[in-house]
Design a protein around this ligand. Structure first.
Ligand SMILES: [Zn+2]
Length: 302
């Protein structure tokens, strides 16, 4: 079984192309031959890319980012208990229901829903997440802490951590540095969450991205954390990326059984990601584990 644990889909081609254009990838430095996808990222595009790569299931990861990407008011570290963008609550709910409908229509697409503490209180988020999991087929969550300007230990997120831990539902978090150095999504930024919720299956995306050197210490201390190799595997040999040797060393250090294949479609093609995994020179067993077996265990698809 092949499972892609890191895919994004958009309601329209225009939106998908806009999102890909909005997030140029710079953290890995320079590399001349990175293989990018040319698809727009609609549901049909995702299904076509999956078929081409022989993928059985993909986790479709949501994110609800606000226009203008505001920061918490008053220079505070966390969002206030009274969310300043509460008027967007209906949009956030509708977006998550759309993701769940996509999953209902296409059983190979597993909805990973999302929240935003600038919009919902911790209690509201927890109730929404419970409804999406228990009644609408959500299979996991996604948080892009840089995009939502939120530290992982924000009190507005604690309700969803609790709700996901109760359900053994994975939360995929974007992991890597941010351009301004706030540290919203570095490997270490997730440690307080891992300490407080020791049974919560957190998935640190991109093997830490350009913060990959900081990943091993967090992996050693928190055995419940998983990792996806999306993007990072496409940028091996970049000026600030890992070499093939370093990436294989990191995968072996954290343990092959904790590493998941993700493409980060529509930035990259799942077929190219599978090819990049193949170029690491891992054993056939390790490859099988990373390309699907590990995710099947995490997502209870076996
Ligand atoms: Zn992504």
């Amino acid at each position: 079984m092949r499972i892609d644990t890191h895919v994004h889909v958009y309601a329209t081609a225009e939106q998908g192309l806009f999102e890909v254009g909005e997030y140029p990838i710079t953290e890995y430095g320079e590399k001349s031959d990175v293989r990018f996808s040319t698809r727009a990222g609609t549901v049909d595009d995702a299904l076509a890319a999956m078929a081409m790569a022989g993928i059985d299931y993909s986790a479709v990861l949501g994110s609800f980012e606000l226009p203008e990407l505001p920061f918490p008011p008053g220079g505070e570290r966390h969002w206030p208990d009274d969310p300043p963008f509460a008027e967007l609550a209906d949009d956030l709910v509708a977006y998550n229901r759309w993701l769940c409908e996509v999953g209902e229509q296409h059983p190979s697409l597993l909805p990973f829903v999302t929240v935003n503490p600038a919009v919902l209180t911790s209690g509201q988020s927890a109730r929404l997440v419970a409804e999406l999991f228990d009644e609408r087929g959500a299979r996991g969550m996604k948080l892009h802490n840089i995009g939502i300007r939120t530290h992982p230990d924000d009190p507005g997120l604690l309700g969803v951590y609790e709700a996901c831990q109760e359900r053994s539902a994975p939360i995929v978090v974007h992991c890597g540095p941010d351009a301004r150095g706030y540290g919203w999504a570095t490997p270490a930024s997730f440690v307080p969450v891992a300490e407080q919720y020791s049974r919560l299956p957190l998935v640190l995306a991109h093997l830490g991205g350009a913060s990959w050197r900081e990943l091993a210490a967090v992996a050693d201390a928190h055995p419940q954390i998983w990792f996806d190799l999306s993007e990072t595997v496409q940028w091996v040999g970049a000026t600030n990326g890992a070499t093939v040797q370093q990436l294989v060393g990191l995968i072996e250090h954290v343990g092959v059984e904790r590493v998941l294949m993700g493409s980060d479609f529509p930035w990259y093609e799942p077929s190219d990601t599978i090819a990049a995994v193949g170029e690491l020179g891992l054993s056939a067993d390790a490859e099988r584990a990373i390309l699907g077996e590990n995710a099947a265990t995490l997502l209870r698809l076996t």
